[in-house]
Each structure stands twice: as structure tokens, then as C-alpha cells.
Write a protein that binds this ligand. Sequence first.
Ligand code: SF4
Length: 210
Amino acid sequence: MDDKLAELTSEIKKCEACHLKENRTQVVPGVYGPKNSLCFIGEAPGFYEDRDGVPFVGRSGKLLDKMLDSIGFSRKDVSILNVVKCRPTDEKKDNRTPKESELRFCGDKWLFKQLKFLTPKLIVTLGGISLKFFFPTAKVTKSAGNILTLEEGYPVFATFHPAYILRNYNKIEEYDGHFQKIAEVYNQTNGEKSRKKSKRSEQKSLTDFI
Ligand code: SF4
């Protein structure tokens, strides 16, 4: 990892700038792949992420891994981040969706700094909350499958959160199509070797993903 990115990550790990520090086990800065690759961005850590310090573990993480594998990528090839780095919890200490103010505060504080080092070819927002961080008026139901462009110049591909797909299996073919498009866009903008073709056609049911 680039020394400056390592320095930034160690700063993020020590962050106590907002109230979400109170119930977290640890900060989850994200995992980094190479520069100029794909960067997947979710909303915030949940129970398992908070416990393990890694984004997208548990069933959602497994589905994300399988979707990556279907387009010839693995976790080491991509960066996986969340907008909010500490687990938001409700009064019962269960997971909750981060509030707009929490997204704005943590995302503005750290996310763009991380992106500046990673310079992703394509940002992929996973779910409506991370999409809203970048495009406050966008709705994932309308934007999913499309590329939007940030003022900073990064292209952003909007798609669903894997947890949503696990609850809505009828969307799996659409999700697969999104990942195919992600690979196509990446390959079009990448001078390096193209990734292998999808293995999705070999996968017949949700049990292939979990
Ligand atoms: S949520 Fe973000 S801003 Fe708040 S303490 Fe955690 S890292 Fe810092």
C-alpha cells in the first residue's frame, strides 16, 4: 500500500470525530485493491463488519464475492469501502441505516481522500444509500444499471446492495447484467488484459451465491 494511503488509513482507524465512535467495536476503513481499478462502496459496517474490521462479510459479502468472481475479479483486485466507517446502531444495539447527516459527515471527512489515492476507473455504489451520498436526488430504482459522473470526474455505476438481492431473488438476472456491464466498462477503459467472461450461466440458483 502507498505510504500516504497507509497513513490516511491509520488516521481513519483512530477517528473519534462523531458520535458513532460510541457503540463501535472498531473503525472499518475498507480494503484496498490496486490503484485505477474498481471501487465498490456500500453504506456502513454492520454487525459482522464491526466485529471483523472488514467490509462486506457475512451473506452479503459472500454474494458480492461470487458476483466479482463471475466477472473474473476477486477481492484483491478491487477496493471495497463504505461511506460511513463506524457501525450505526439503534437503541437495541441492532444495525440501522446511517442518517443523512452521518453519511455527509463521515463521507466528506474520509471517503474522497481515499478515492484520491485509489483513483478508481469506476466507482460502483452498492445500494441506494451510498448512491445518495454522491447524488443526493438519485434513486437506486431509477439509476441502477446506469453510469453517472461526479464533479470530480469519477464515473459512478449504480447498482443494488447484495443484501437487497438476497431478499429479492427475482432481481438476480438484473444484478448479473449489472456486473457484466461493470466488467465491460472496466475493460473498455483499461489498457491491460481483459477479464475472463462471466460464469453466471453456470450458476442456476441463489444457493450458488451463498
Ligand atoms: S463514523 Fe466516521 S467520522 Fe464518525 S467516528 Fe467513525 S470514522 Fe470518524
